[in-house]
Design a protein around this ligand. Structure first.
Ligand code: PLP
Length: 389
């Protein structure tokens, strides 16, 4: 082939964090086939879809088998029944979102990556450490990235204090992956006020909002003025175990002016909708019964998190997260580097976590454990780490 490729791809790291982790784990298990490896690394759920969701999927599948109820292409922005269910979900949080501003997606990752199609070569502000998709999708598009550091001093919740007044695309993830830190209303208000003052746009990732239980905002729209300066990405992946089922949504308020019609145009051109069966499953997950079941699953993961948190506390290892988040973000003991600690846990306890350095420069020296494992695996991992650390 003689065509010139997009050089910007050379700016991103050649392999994705989780592929690196998987490669090391594979090499270890090939060399030690007798060892049982416990995975507290990747943020994938382990509990199955709930009964209400499964019932809705079966019913929708039966509809697809009958000519009278069969559905072809779904509307690009989502079926009204789901857009309205999502608007009701916000209503239950005390937030008013117009169903017409809701765009059903096949998960938050796609839209987070795709949304940057709408912008020219604008400045981008990304917290560090953070979910790698924000960085990579902007690098692929040729943009420069300015980082704002999360650290122990700011509780891994950077604020806009001290930033210049340049308008930017600003990424915020709360509860944060990987640190588990959650912005308070005051913290988010500072960002909204900054965005309004500077003409910036906040891209708010609320993928873990269902884990919040302490009254912190579950949505950027809990903050006054946010409809004029923020787009919100949300997902049923962690809320309802949809990592393999694939459904989420993006809220693009009409109050943002040109942004919403551009997103409509982009989606109508490049996206053909989420399967009917999946949208019915999502509607069920957001129903009263579905929400109740999902919250029971989240309570199960939170109990795992509490067990890991208890271990870290007993060992005197500083950490954030684990209460309003499935993630625990700990400081590697003894000044160890992230990958050094990864190798130690893999080699000496056969426990797999995620090296903090994979989430950005400021993640070096930190490590992420997740509470998404089964209770038995979490218990066993905690016992092994108790002996090792
Ligand atoms: N946003 C954050 C912060 C995540 O951690 C993840 C997945 O791990 C996603 C978005 C992607 O979620 P989805 O499965 O909806 O694509």
């Amino acid at each position: 082939m003689k065509l010139q490729l997009n050089d910007n791809f050379a700016r991103i790291k050649p392999s994705y964090l989780f592929s690196d982790v998987a490669k090391r784990v594979r090499a270890y298990s090939e060399a030690h086939p007798d060892k049982k490896i416990l995975r507290l690394g990747i943020g994938d759920v382990t509990l199955p879809l709930t009964p209400t969701v499964i019932r809705a999927m079966h019913k929708a599948t039966d509809e697809m088998a009958n000519a009278a109820t069969f559905r072809g292409y779904a509307p690009e922005y989502g079926y009204d029944f789901l857009r309205e269910a999502i608007a009701r979900h916000y209503e239950q949080l005390g937030i008013s979102v117009d169903a017409g501003d809701v765009f059903v997606s096949d998960g938050a990752k796609s839209d987070l990556g795709n949304f940057v199609d709408l912008f020219a070569d604008v400045p981008v502000l990304v917290p560090d450490p953070v979910y790698p998709v924000y960085v990579d999708s902007n690098l692929m598009a040729g943009r420069e990235i300015e980082y704002i550091e999360g650290n122990e001093a700011n509780g891994f919740l950077p604020s806009p204090a001290g930033l210049s007044d340049v308008p930017r695309l600003i990424y915020i993830c709360s509860p944060n992956n990987p640190t588990g830190a959650v912005y308070s209303k005051r913290g988010l208000t500072e960002w909204v006020e900054f965005a309004l003052r500077t003409g910036s746009l906040i891209l708010y990732d609320a993928a873990y909002e269902a884990f919040i239980a302490d009254g912190s905002p579950c949505s950027i729209y809990a903050i006054k003025g946010a409809v004029k300066c923020a787009v919100e990405f949300c997902s049923l992946s962690k809320t309802a175990g949809f990592t393999g089922t694939r459904c989420g949504w993006t809220v693009v308020p009409a109050a943002l002016g040109a942004v919403k019609p551009m997103w409509e145009r982009r989606q109508a051109t490049k996206f053909n909708g989420v399967p009917y069966v999946v949208q019915r499953a999502a509607e069920a997950a957001l129903s009263w019964e579905g929400t109740k079941e999902c919250m029971e699953n989240i309570a199960y993961y939170k109990e795992n998190a509490a067990r890991i948190a208890d271990l870290l506390t007993r060992k005197g290892i500083p950490f954030t997260g684990g209460t309003a988040s499935p993630y625990l973000w700990l400081k590697c003991p003894g000044g160890m580097g992230s990958w050094e600690f990864f190798d130690k846990l893999l080699n000496e306890a056969q426990v797999v976590g995620t090296p903090g350095a994979g989430f950005g420069r400021a993640g070096e020296g930190y490590f992420r454990l997740t509470a998404f494992g089964s209770r038995a695996a979490t218990r066993e991992a905690v016992e092994r780490l108790d002996k090792l650390l």
